[in-house]
Ligand binder design. Structure first.
Ligand code: ADP
Length: 354
């Protein structure tokens, strides 16, 4: 019984933290300069010295510096381990029955996929999350049994595509069609996973399916939202109590505005759909942050899909990804303004640089 007491204490602690800080966190991450950008001597607009305490100074021209405040600000020196260390308590709470959503938002090329997926040498939030869930589940195996399953979805042009739907059934992996529609996706495919190796193969299956039917995979992924949904069922062996919770890890479509002259036909439709779903997401999170009585979940497929996991007791984390370059100033300001609105906190005053 000791363990369930410990769990109850942890829940109390989560509640206290939530009350003090709210359920919504916004972390800002700036990508490093590439080698070619360094050698070209490209101008930058970020004062990293001032970024230590969650404050980010952006040089907006002349000597004017605009200050933005977030729950965390990462400089290019911060690596995947540093970033995950801050996200990990939120991620772990899914094993205690909380729903969690994590988003990466920003202009294409600012590191959304790097933060969420990462690479084999530099694993991102998705992989580290599952690794941590399995580790904790193992530590608690005397007192809890957990069943973890994964779905991989894509939202493109306001259409949800189930990326595991066409996956071949593997002997080892139980990939099955849910009998009932879950999360507004009828017959969503869930892969039951027991260890991190199996997860890796599911993620590969998902990303291979994403490539099918698109001429340019990179372009396609920058215009669609890629969603990893982790479903956890927990049974407390001490008292028989069962809980279900979801963790959504979302690599959003690029937030950049396209030049009017470039946008026609199919691209125009894509741009409008991206714009609409990102604004809808911003509206939902800021309505939650300001504790509004009406939360407009139904304005986009994405917010509708995530409805049960945004709000209430759920926790939300948004990474706003930015570029350090002067030439991206317009997009950077637009992303930072979006993130500030989402966080429901006013902007700091513009300051003269000293
Ligand atoms: P996005 O998903 O926003 O379009 P990517 O994740 O594809 O952007 O990042 C663009 C490029 O920048 C990639 O080559 C990526 O490896 C690199 N990159 C982004 N953020 C970082 C970082 N924090 N550290 C090292 N490389 C990064």
């Amino acid at each position: 019984l000791k363990f369930s007491e410990e769990q109850a204490k942890r829940k109390m602690l989560y509640n206290q933290i939530q009350e003090a800080k709210g359920n919504i966190r916004v972390f800002c991450r700036c990508r490093p300069l590439r080698k070619d950008e360094i050698s070209a001597g490209n101008a930058t607009i970020i004062d990293f010295e001032a970024a230590k305490d969650g404050e980010l100074g952006i040089l907006t021209g002349g000597s004017t510096k605009k200050i933005f405040r977030f729950d965390r600000v990462y400089t290019p020196k911060d690596d995947q381990v540093d970033v995950f260390a801050d996200a990990s308590p939120m991620v772990a709470s899914v094993l205690d029955g909380f729903n969690v959503c994590i988003f990466a938002f920003g202009q294409t090329g600012t590191g959304k996929t790097f933060t969420m997926e990462g690479s084999e040498q530099d694993r991102g939030v998705n992989y580290r999350t599952l690794e941590q869930l399995f580790k904790i589940a193992q530590e608690r195996k005397e007192t809890f049994t957990y069943s973890i399953s994964v779905s991989v979805l894509e939202v493109y042009n306001e259409q949800i595509r189930d990326l595991l739907a066409s996956a071949p059934t593997s002997k080892k992996l139980e990939i099955r069609q849910a009998s009932e529609g879950v999360h507004h996706v009828p017959g969503i495919v869930k892969a039951t996973v027991e260890n991190i190796k199996e997860v890796w193969s599911v993620l590969q299956t998902g990303s291979n399916a994403r490539a099918i039917g698109s001429n340019n995979v990179n372009e396609h992924s920058s215009r669609s939202h890629c969603i990893l949904c982790i479903m956890v069922r927990a049974k407390n062996l001490m008292n028989g109590e069962c809980t279900k919770s979801n963790l959504w890890l979302v690599d959003l479509a690029g937030s950049e505005r396209l030049a009017k002259t470039d946008v026609q036909g199919e691209r125009l439709k894509e741009a409008q759909n991206i714009n609409r779903s990102l604004s809808a997401l911003g509206d939902v999170i800021s309505a939650l942050a300001s504790k509004s009585s009406h939360i407009p979940y139904r304005n986009s497929k994405l917010t509708h899909l995530l409805q049960d996991s945004l709000g209430g007791d759920s926790k939300t984390l948004m990474f706003v990804q930015i570029s350090p370059l002067e030439q991206d100033l317009g997009e950077t300001l637009s992303s930072l303004n979006f993130a500030t609105r989402v966080r429901g906190v006013e902007l700091g005053p513009a300051r003269k640089q000293t």
